[in-house]
Design a binder for this molecule. Sequence first.
Ligand SMILES: *Cc1c(COP(=O)(O)O)cnc(C)c1O
Length: 393
Amino acid sequence: MPTADFAILLSELAQADQLRSRRLVTSPQDASMIVDGERVMSFASNDYLGLANHPRVVEAAMRALKRYGLGAAASHMVTGHMQPHHDLEIRLAEFLGLPKALLFSSGYAANLGILTALAGRGDTVFADKLNHACLNDGAILSRASFKRYAHNDVAKLEILLAAAPVGGRKVIATDAVFSMDGDIAPLAALLALAEQHNALLVIDDAHGFGVLGYRGKGVLELLNLKSERIVYMATLGKAAGGYGAFVAGHEDMIEWIMQTARTYLFATATPPAIAAAMLVSLDVMTEDHERRRHLRTLIDFFSDSLKLQYAKAPFSQTAIQPIIVGDNATAIAFSEALRERHMLVPAIRPPTVPAGTARLRVSLSANHTTDDVFDLVTAITDIEVLLLRQDQR
Ligand SMILES: *Cc1c(COP(=O)(O)O)cnc(C)c1O
């Protein structure tokens, strides 16, 4: 039986501590939620502003469900492009101060679509080694030459750009906030290189949109970046608390992506109620600065407290706070010890992160209280002492 192979493959994964399992959630998404039948404090979600279950956002979805029904029933190019989608695109472009925005059904689909639309045979995609999987997959699918540079290694990127074939289009692609480390890409330097070498710069701001910048416009606001070369992409599944994604930038470029991106053309539009809810989510994001300010306070409190007590403190200034442990087994033991204290912090292991850098990945949200984060810091430092003692035995 050809299926017998899979049992062997699965047992190999298990032996390498790489077998994953899903947790079952039976409450709405929140800081405190019910996971596998037990109430836990979750530091695992990407709901950075606490909008996934915000009453105004949920209400907007329900109103739109009544008005537009559930499904979009077709792709955008056929009859799936409905009023809420249209309004949301206009609103996103306005909010970001960019000429045009285009919705995709997910961030994954967006990156596949963007890269295959912008690059093809004879072109070159340059990518940070720690980029999100879907930027890599988009580059591979595009059939362009694919050049990866060491994390944030601007000097190496410059060498690669200089060596690229003349005539082909050059596309630099990077996460704005790296999803497993929380650090911010050197975007000003990348943009300068893009200008010198006549390249486009695709910025995936999945973890910055809504979180970074005074108004939550993400990394472009934080770093004050503006250029026609920037292809700005973000998901609505993280800080916006919903689902879907978008790309924004120069009008003709976005139009070209709309005309040619296969993940756009050959996919059903997201349910219109989701787009309607995302419009309200944007309202809350722009009106309720307190959420972002509170999250900022929690980030500073968490990283400052750990710096005082723990050598491997994260250097991240974002809501993603990794604690690098090293080997897979220790990361799992750490995560399980936190779970015994009713705190959910996932252990992230290879192949999601490079071998030998297994880690706890703490995600903070505006829905956490300062006490929640204080409890987490206390637990981490206690457990660290226990695990170290075991190592030394
Ligand atoms: C989550 C994520 C994506 C994918 O977005 P979805 O909307 O969840 O498909 C893309 N890029 C980065 C950096 C992400 O963290």
